[in-house]
Design a protein around this ligand. Structure first.
Ligand SMILES: CC(C)(COP(=O)(O)OP(=O)(O)OC[C@H]1O[C@@H](n2cnc3c(N)ncnc32)[C@H](O)[C@@H]1OP(=O)(O)O)[C@@H](O)C(=O)NCCC(=O)NCCS
Length: 186
């Protein structure tokens, strides 16, 4: 299986239906940290619901419309990233991210998304990567800024969640703005 190194002890790897038990156990551990922001952290409650969610992404991967990856530190699943949307017709994709609180502040998601963006722009010819976030998720907004994203605007009250209709900020990065951290220095 491919493993992309993020740090000496952390790797980015595909997250697939056969890993449902490991993913379900991860979501169970991380739920208090993830559930305020990510609806699936409340609907994935056991191996079967984890498998169904991962299978949806496996199906999207098969038709090239989405992908999901895990982040492991020393062989323990600690987070992940996804292409929630991957639309090759319009050159548009959207990334999503999550981490255990214990491994925040190490740049893991930043490095993982840089690698995904590099692949999307350079190898897949995508034009625009989006990041959607509720305005109160300051840590996620900081991560989007750190990646060089620009705030396009706000979709007002577009996201019904926990009994409230939330605004969603849309941040984006264009292929023409991307300065690859993986490219050799000029
Ligand atoms: C959003 C989330 C993934 C951000 O995690 P994060 O660790 O802050 O993100 P990054 O990978 O960008 O790491 C940046 C941090 O690592 C530090 N860092 C260390 N080495 C670094 C490096 N080489 N490169 C970049 N940052 C580095 C940065 O200083 C920063 O720390 P600070 O914010 O304490 O100053 C995390 O808070 C999370 O899982 N939240 C809950 C789920 C969620 O909200 N998901 C997003 C929904 S829109």
């Amino acid at each position: 299986m491919f493993r992309h190194p993020l740090t000496p002890d952390a790797t980015l790897r595909p997250l697939e239906p056969w890993q449902a038990a490991e993913f379900a156990a991860y979501v169970d551990r991380a739920r208090p940290h993830l559930a305020p922001w990510l609806p699936w952290a409340e609907t994935i409650v056991d191996e079967s619901s984890a498998r169904a969610w991962l299978q949806r992404y496996a199906d999207r991967q098969a038709d090239d419309s989405g992908r999901v990856y895990g982040i492991w530190v020393s062989d323990s699943l600690v987070g992940g990233t996804l292409f929630r949307v991957f639309d090759t017709q319009s050159g548009l994709c959207e990334v999503g991210v999550w981490l255990d609180p214990a491994v925040q502040g190490r740049g893991l998601v930043g490095r993982a998304v840089e690698h995904m963006v590099e692949w999307a722009f350079r190898e897949r010819g995508m034009h625009r990567v989006e990041w959607r976030v509720v305005p109160t998720n300051t840590r996620s907004i900081t991560a989007a800024k750190r990646l060089g994203m620009t705030r396009d605007g706000v979709l007002r009250e577009v996201f019904p969640f926990h009994g409230t209709r939330h605004d969603i900020e849309v941040w984006s990065l264009l292929a023409t703005e991307w300065r690859s951290p993986e490219a050799p220095p000029a």
